[in-house]
Design a protein around this ligand. Structure first.
Ligand SMILES: O=P(O)(O)OC[C@H]1O[C@](O)(COP(=O)(O)O)[C@@H](O)[C@@H]1O
Length: 324
């Protein structure tokens, strides 16, 4: 997969971000998600690839667009697996909070784990701690390992955790150990990637979140040279069976970064929808002008590009929300 495909995928996330940002703060997460999905689906038609959705909006009977198995692209380019989250942080947008993004991960055909839509336990770190962590280690040991690797004192180490009741024990243990917690409401793709960007001050991501988000994050973490491990967390026998049907013989398998994204030929693209630590949100600058802020990276070359773009919405009427 080449640089051109990476840049084409940014056009797709930009469109999804512009469409959904118009729903910010309107208390309607479904419409925000629909707007992102429709815009993303439309843009995919012109992308030079033979893509197949492996992580999308659901099975064919659940989602009219971007369903698992759907073919995308104009069939002139490489054969790729596509994982999408048109709006990562639906609640964020409906409430006007920070850190919602539109995201796509792509990898050569067969390389992305086909993760069912269920919970997954995850741990992520930046490049200095790569190869040193294990998801089954007690958090206290992991903190010591990452502090040493990142050349920080434990008291200066920051662990980012989604603020959920299920994480209370781990939050208490991080604080007792003397490290810092940084809690976030929604959006664990951005939170896990933050471990790989030293300027965020985040050293370690731990917790249980969506499995699809886990695979998408893994494409970014691979491109940034960091490390991630995971394990699906099926909640009952029915979910165990779903894992098996998706090709995971052992649903509780210890998943390394290379299980999540099997190839080094992977691309991650994201555009901010609302303001965030990683990316600015979509800014409507007056008149028909909208500004987007995106990041795109390729695991093959480890190049990370930040792209600010101005869009004249008079020329993109399909992205403009209809006013009833
Ligand atoms: O809200 P839950 O059930 O704790 O699930 C956690 C998941 O929800 C999110 O915070 C937001 O997901 P949505 O965009 O689908 O609302 C994910 O980033 C995270 O993986």
């Amino acid at each position: 997969m080449d640089r051109e495909l990476a840049l084409e995928l940014v056009r797709v996330t930009e469109a999804a971000a512009i469409a959904s940002a118009q729903w910010m703060g309107r208390g309607d997460k479904m419409s925000a998600d629909d707007a992102a999905t429709t815009a993303m689906r439309t843009m995919f038609d012109s992308v030079s690839m033979e893509g197949v959705v492996v992580i999308g909006e659901g099975e064919l009977d659940e989602a009219p667009m971007l369903y698992i198995g759907e073919e995308l692209g104009n069939k002139t380019g490489p054969s790729v697996d596509i994982a999408v989250d048109p709006l990562e942080g639906t609640n964020i947008v409906s409430k006007g909070h920070n850190n919602a993004v539109a995201v796509i991960a792509a990898a050569e055909r067969g390389a992305l784990l086909h993760a069912p839509d269920m919970y997954m336990d995850k741990i992520a770190v930046g490049k200095y701690a790569k190869g040193l962590i294990h998801i089954d280690d007690p958090i206290e040991r992991t903190i010591d390992i990452v502090a040493r690797a990142n050349n920080k004192r434990v008291r200066d180490l920051t662990v980012i955790i989604q603020e959920r009741d299920r994480h209370q024990d781990i939050i208490d243990r991080v604080i007792k150990k003397g490290a810092r917690v940084k809690l976030f409401g929604d959006g664990d793709v951005g939170a896990s990637i933050a471990t790989c960007l030293p300027e965020t001050g985040v050293d370690l991501f731990v917790g249980r979140g969506g499995a699809p988000e886990g695979v998408i994050s893994a494409a970014a973490i691979k491109s940034l040279g960091g490390d991630m491990q995971a394990r699906l967390a099926p909640q009952d026998e029915e979910e165990m069976e779903r894992c098996r049907q998706m090709g995971l013989e052992d649903p509780l398998q210890h998943l390394t970064l290379d299980h999540l994204v099997k190839s080094d030929d992977a691309i991650f693209a994201a555009t901010g929808v609302t303001e965030g630590e990683l990316l600015d949100g979509v800014k409507f600058l007056g008149g028909d002008l909208a500004q987007t802020d995106s990041i795109v990276m390729r695991a093959k070359t480890r190049t990370v590009r930040f792209i600010k773009a101005h869009h004249h919405l008079d020329y993109k009427p399909h992205l403009v929300k209809n006013e009833e």
